[in-house]
Design a protein around this ligand. Structure first.
Ligand code: BGC
Length: 298
């Protein structure tokens, strides 16, 4: 069963009252059933692999996809006990979920992970390239080359390796979605984190290029860029009142995001509801990428 077999917009459109002409106020009532269509994200047992899925945004995405009815493969490298706990939670809720360990930056391990997916579920319908690290904060001229390289290997090369395996299968079956988790730092420079920003900017362009390559086969490739989301990766910032205050000045919405807020967008993007979206980045950042310093003056 592929994602395009799910309850797609076209299924709803057949029954829907035609949309009002573009620009009319009717669009404001979208979702009320008066002019538009009721929208529900139903992933009807779609086979979805989420990398780095045993913590933070990855875990929230795994939960949300499972709640929408997908089969979820939870990839992880460290903290097997967190994976066991997440799988137990998903199973208790009646979801179909498996754990798959692999270092995404290792081509052999990635190949084995996809072979295991083939064996268990006969393939893949969507990949969420979420595994990522931000490395140690260091100015470029003080950075440790091995640490810098590791960030690129996990965030960029690892995403490529997983996308490569996924696309081989998706192009063959002529359906599928690859969703790459980037960051506001695909666009915003960040002193001390040159490897991270370079990896995320690279991943954004990888997204566009893969989208171009895969589009003729009906396969979509997108990026989702979270802002400051409350997860373990930035706990040192949000657990300290002083650094949290500084962080909040950078977010027009005035608060950090929660992993579930990103996960809902991810579920929409992999679903058939986003059928005309490919090759772009969707920001989920409380307008952090909107240069809040320009709220005054300029
Ligand atoms: C980083 C977080 C950071 C956020 C906003 C994310 O990509 O992983 O550590 O808080 O960007 O700067």
């Amino acid at each position: 069963m592929s994602i395009s077999d799910c309850r797609t917009p076209s299924l709803y459109l057949r029954n829907a009252i035609p949309m009002p002409p573009p620009g009319s106020a009717g669009g404001l009532h979208y979702g009320t059933r008066r002019f538009g269509q009721f929208m529900e994200i139903a992933l009807n047992r779609a086979r979805i692999l989420v990398t780095g899925a045993n913590s933070g945004i990855g875990a929230a995405i795994a939960r949300q996809l499972a709640a929408c009815g997908a089969r979820v493969a939870v990839n992880y490298l460290v903290h097997p006990e967190a994976t066991d706990a997440l799988l137990a939670e998903l199973h208790a809720a009646g979801a179909e979920a498996i754990g798959l360990t692999a270092d995404v930056s290792d081509a052999t391990q990635v190949g084995a992970m996809f072979a295991e997916l083939d064996r268990q579920w006969g393939g893949i319908d969507a990949l969420v390239n979420n595994a990522g690290i931000d490395g140690a904060s260091a100015l470029a001229w003080e950075a440790e080359p091995a640490v810098w390289e590791r960030v690129l290997r996990v965030n960029l090369y690892g995403s490529f390796l997983c996308a490569r395996e996924a696309l081989k299968r998706m192009v063959g079956q002529r359906s599928g979605v690859v969703l790459n988790m980037t960051s506001v730092h695909e666009r915003i420079a960040w002193s001390g984190f040159s490897a991270y920003t370079a990896s995320k900017a690279g991943l954004a362009m990888l997204t566009q290029t893969l989208a171009q390559e895969a589009a003729p086969f009906g396969v979509r490739v997108l990026a989702l860029a979270p802002g400051a989301i409350r997860t373990p990766i930035n706990q040192n910032v949000w657990s300290n009142p002083e650094t949290l205050r500084d962080l909040l000045t950078k977010i027009p919405l005035g608060r950090m995001g929660e992993p579930e807020e990103v996960a809902r967008v991810a579920a929409f993007l992999v679903s058939g509801l986003a059928s005309y979206m490919t090759g772009s980045t969707v920001f989920c950042d409380g307008a952090m990428s909107d240069y809040p310093e320009f709220a005054h003056g300029g």
